[in-house]
Ligand binder design. Structure first.
Ligand code: MG
Length: 405
């Protein structure tokens, strides 16, 4: 038996090139020059993830065989006994993606080839168009359409539509205030306008971001039906997923769900009961490529497509991992794409490229992406920005009550 290649070091790289805290894991091995990179980004609590990696996972992993990806994933998940939380799942994801990156480099194959090969040449993506008026949203959507995009997510006034004068009680606490009823009314007007403006050739999407009560979300999904959305995203909070049964009975608007999910018990009932059309987990928050590939296969059996979460708080390594899944999955739907600034291509050579509506991977072994650690060190993370009130996560309804963000 040949001697296995083993893990010799596990390091976190914390960097914020676009002002968003990112957590990258680098695994070094007993083979000189062979290393892997993974995404462990839980931007709001990045120091918790770094601690989980450096102080808990690293001692557990040193000396382990890099080829044992499945066993390392399973044992890391139960090594702390308590499991399925976002901090630990992200930490495990950083390790898991790095091991897939190493496996690809050893084989001389891109990860999408390890996962069955390309089922398509590139991934269709959507970008996010916002604005304060329907015309402003249209103008911003048209910029993307002119660049070749076939899918655009349309929002007005940010999540929850923060466009209205809010009358709150005296002494109301600070927060990111929004009016759910005004938001729901505006959203119907927005899509009436957008469908008329862009015709039927462009796919339109919308993210409710859990801003409505369940019955108001059901009503919105019915009211949006005439405008043929590609999908309605996060129409309900994870705590209210039983309401998807009611939504299904009332409306044929396609449903996308899952960016907050951390536990398989959250997605299983929605899949087996065919209550959603797109699964869109944040793949580092469910534990990396290993569980995400299994989830994609599970969804395939129920004709549910993938639309993995892809905002700016997924690192470029995570975006590359999303793309390897997109390319190798039969049931790929669409990919969210954040539009990287130039610094990203400098700091993360090999970051996938958007051309004419599609994102392309390179054919380098592994995830095909690297990091310039010296440059990354020039963009340190900031532990105050995500906790300074009132940030967007401190959402409040007009009466001052706390709301889901
Ligand atoms: Mg979302």
């Amino acid at each position: 038996m040949t001697k296995p290649i083993t893990i010799t070091d596990v390091r976190t790289i914390l960097t914020a090139p676009e002002g968003i805290n990112l957590v990258i894991v680098k695994i070094e091995t007993s083979e000189p020059g062979l290393y892997g990179l993974g995404c462990a980004t839980f931007t709001q609590r990045y120091l918790m993830v770094a601690t989980a990696i450096e102080d808990y996972l690293k001692p557990f992993l040193i000396g382990k065989d890099v080829s044992r990806i499945e066993d390392i994933w399973q044992t890391s998940m139960v090594n702390s006994y308590w499991r399925n939380g976002p901090a630990l799942n992200n930490a495990i994801s950083g390790v898991d993606m790095a091991l897939w990156d190493i496996a690809g480099k050893r084989a001389g194959m891109p990860v999408y080839d390890l996962m069955g090969g390309k089922a398509r040449e590139a991934a269709a993506v959507y970008r996010h168009a916002d604005g304060r008026t329907v015309n402003e949203v249209e103008d911003n959507a048209r910029k993307f359409i002119e660049q070749g995009l076939l899918y655009v997510r349309c929002q007005m006034g940010g999540y929850g539509g923060r466009l209205h004068d809010i009358r709150s009680p005296e002494g109301a606490l600070p927060g990111a205030y929004f009016d759910p009823q005004a938001y729901a009314r505006d959203t119907v007007k927005l899509f009436e306008h957008m469908r008329g403006a862009v015709g039927n050739e462009i796919e339109l999407l919308h993210d409710v971001h859990e801003r409505l009560t369940p019955i108001d979300a059901v009503r919105l999904s019915k009211n949006l039906e005439p405008y043929r959305l590609f999908f309605l995203e996060d129409a309900l909070a994870p705590e209210n997923v039983d309401w998807f049964k009611v939504m299904r009975q009332q409306s044929a608007t396609p449903i996308a769900m899952g960016e907050l999910f951390t536990n398989p018990q959250e997605w299983l009932p929605l899949i087996e009961n065919r209550l959603i059309d797109f699964i869109r987990c944040h793949i580092s928050t469910i534990g990396g490529l290993t569980p995400a590939k299994k989830l994609a296969h599970l969804c395939e059996a129920f004709s549910i497509r993938t639309a993995w979460h892809g905002p700016g708080d997924v690192s470029p390594i995570g975006h590359a991992a999303n793309l390897h899944l997109d390319l190798s999955s039969y049931n790929f739907g669409v990919q969210e794409w954040w539009g990287p600034q130039d610094i990203i291509y400098e700091m993360f050579p090999g970051t996938p490229v958007l051309t004419n509506g599609y994102v392309y991977a390179n054919d380098k072994p592994g995830l095909g992406i690297d990091i310039d650690e010296k440059l990354a060190a020039k963009f340190p993370c900031d532990n105050t920005q995500s906790v300074r009130p009132p940030s967007w996560t401190t959402a409040r309804t007009p009466d001052g009550g706390s709301a889901r963000p």
